[in-house]
Design a protein around this ligand. Sequence first.
Ligand SMILES: Cc1ncc(COP(=O)(O)O)c(C=O)c1O
Length: 459
Amino acid sequence: MSNSTDPLIPAGAEGDVNHSPLRKAWQDRNLDVKSRELLDRDASAFLHQSVSTPCLMGVSKVEGLWIEDVSGRRYMDFHGNNVHHIGYGHPRLIEAITRQMQELPFAPRRYTCDVAVELAEKLAAIAPGDLSKVLFATGGSDAVEIAMKIARIASGRFKTISFWDSFHGAGFGASSIGGEQMFRSPIGPPLAGALHVPPFGDYRNAWNVSEGSGDLCANQIRYILQKEGDVGAVIAEPTRAVPYIAPPGFWQKVRDACNEFGALLIFDEIPTGLGKTGRMFSCEHDQVVPDIMVLGKALGGGVLPISAVVCRPELDVTGHFAIGHYTHEKNPVCARAALTTIQIIEQEGLVDNAARVGNQAISLLTQMKGAHPLIGDVRGRGLLFGAELVLDRDTREVAIEAADKVLYKALDRGLSFKTTMGNVLTFTPPLITNETQMDQAMSIVDECITEVERELGIR
Ligand SMILES: Cc1ncc(COP(=O)(O)O)c(C=O)c1O
């Protein structure tokens, strides 16, 4: 039972990440009366849920790389939920959306509009291989479920293989294929046929090997495809958001196994698509084309919600069912936001920038690893990268509290990011981040790790 007197903390919730003592201490140190009041109102107005409500702080302004809280403090946003590829509030995007709202604010279902068709054509033009048939939805989770429905109908099979530790969205279908306990446990049985495999990742994996986890994982997928004999689809993020990069040849092996046993390959590029990893789509690093690709998040330019499924033309076999009959399916304002976002990414050379500044970040973190025993591993691709903190490099014991401390110290210094798997400092800055900003951010991380190492007596 809770003995907390904090009105933000419901009984029994102390173990929840929303209520970690470090977070509370940070709030006690930083929140002024105005922020407190807003958080209190938020906590009483909204249903509480993990990693969401109660909130850390209130935001009053976002611009470019920056986020400003209710008390006027500014943070470089190296998190941004992967929606802010072009920076928050890009003036060209705001202008295009405003014009679109004046010209055609909505298109009722069963009516099409020029901008929605133009967006579908643009996605077909930039998508890898022959992916060219498109359907829009408003959220990533919904788009993942559309992809699952296409796979079921096209293959006549309902089983899927996905990764433990993955996240594909909060809907029933999406959370069934996801592999995070937080999104699955209390809601009862997941979708039947949602099979999972432990993911690749040489630094930490289910097989306890320090190399070759990619082969073990690919072999396991192949084995299940063969033994089950009736799996409809393998669905995964081509670059794991944790982050982990697929070893060379991994996706080709999975692609081949899917072909051999009649399963479709679905890539969830919701956080990684549109340039995040230094290529327009993360699967381009591996030169493997999925049967279905799912996009979302940054597609709406960090302003509007829009997601998309892009698939091979042969999968256009669902004409007699409604697989994603969403009210805002062809919303012209959302479509305009997506079209303009892609144009900005292309015209401002943001994919190349992500590759260049991402390389800089990885080399800065790698240098830091030389100086900091707390850093066990550095990995990433483009502007999706991270550092795994460990208490001991030999045992690789996870340093969860240390990671949390680094996070809150960084917030004190004006840098926001998130931790994943408890101990991985995970950075996902926008594609507009420049070298100076990257230097600044990584020096903050360096300082914070130094302080935490001193506090823990490991320097
Ligand atoms: C890989 C991946 N898939 C799907 C989703 C779900 O997207 P949405 O929150 O828009 O439903 C997310 C969101 O974080 C994600 O990271």
